[in-house]
Design a protein around this ligand. Structure first.
Ligand code: AMP
Length: 284
């Protein structure tokens, strides 16, 4: 595995790979890799000849009061994991390489960005869309892989890629979970032992709402209440949202139709840690 630090070198390498007939898969990450990231890397290797994993904690997707400074970092360990799971090139630019002083562009995907995460974190998806377009232009991949863990992010990127005609296939990869159901996340390291035990409530609330939909419930408020009622059994939990929405558009009808694809989305805080998770379910 080769570590690349500049956009120019990354572009040269991916050009050469394409010219020699190789296909490329891009895996954007902010590092502190866990098996969720590694499963994306492994799937990238199945899809394409060359895997480029990016390792960049993107400051523009964090609000000033968020955890950019203390976001967990361990570059040496990440290099070992990225390489052993099949990364050929690890793109690891500095902040000034990505955002020189005269940087002056933002990409805003309207509509899909404005709900749920976008409401709680207003500048977040602008930062994500802008950095992902830069990463796509630095690597020009055939495939870019995103985890279902960040389901709304996947929808935002799909919309942007379609609107701006990026020549790339966006692939959604399932969420990797711990044995007790907690979705793997770099931020799980922030949880105290007690919070870690309580954190399974997201998976349990999603699972119960999913079962209720499979049993025929189509009323959105009722589905939302099932999730909220379970979450508030945890002392001190703060719910940002616990909502069912149409899976492709995130629209929120009063009642879903039968046979509709529904996404259940949760974001909540346990102590100082903000956790998100989701499940997609087809109504009966
Ligand atoms: P992050 O480093 O948190 O920005 O995540 C980088 C990529 O890994 C994103 O596409 C995430 O959706 C994906 N990812 C994060 N956690 C998981 C997980 N538990 N399972 C699958 N993919 C994940």
């Amino acid at each position: 595995m080769k570590v690349i630090e500049t956009i120019t070198e990354m572009q040269q390498i991916s050009n050469e790979q394409r010219k020699s007939g190789k296909s490329i898969a891009l895996i954007p990450t902010m590092g502190y890799l866990h098996d969720g990231h590694c499963s994306l890397i492994r799937h990238g290797k199945v899809l394409a000849d060359v895997v480029i994993t990016t390792h960049f904690v993107n400051p523009t997707q964090f609000a000033p009061n968020e955890d950019f400074e203390k976001y967990p970092r361990d570059f040496e360990r990440d290099c070992t994991l990225a390489e052993s799971n099949g990364t050929d090139y690890l793109f690891h630019p500095s902040v000034s390489e990505m955002y020189p002083n005269d940087f002056n562009t933002e990409i805003k995907v309207s509509g899909i960005s404005d709900k749920f995460e976008g409401k709680t974190r207003p500048a977040h998806f602008k930062g994500v869309a802008t950095v992902v377009s830069k990463l796509l232009n630095a690597t020009v991949p055939d495939f870019a892989l995103f985890g279902q863990k960040d389901y709304q992010q996947y929808l935002v990127i799909k919309q942007m890629v379609s609107d701006l005609n990026f020549p790339v296939n966006i692939i959604l990869h399932p969420t990797k979970r711990e044995e007790d159901g907690l979705a793997m996340s770099s931020r799980n390291v922030y949880l105290s032992d007690e919070e870690r035990m309580n954190a399974t409530i997201l998976f349990r609330a999603l699972s119960r709402a999913k079962a209720t939909i499979i049993n025929g419930e189509l009323n959105r408020q009722k589905i939302n209440s099932i999730m909220a009622d379970m979450l508030i059994t945890i002392p001190g939990v703060k719910i940002d949202y616990a909502s069912a929405a149409e899976a492709n558009t995130l629209e929120e009808p009063e009642n879903f139709n039968s046979g509709q694809s529904i996404v259940l989305l949760i974001a909540c805080r346990l102590g100082k840690t903000r956790l998100i998770d989701n499940m997609v379910v087809n109504s009966k």
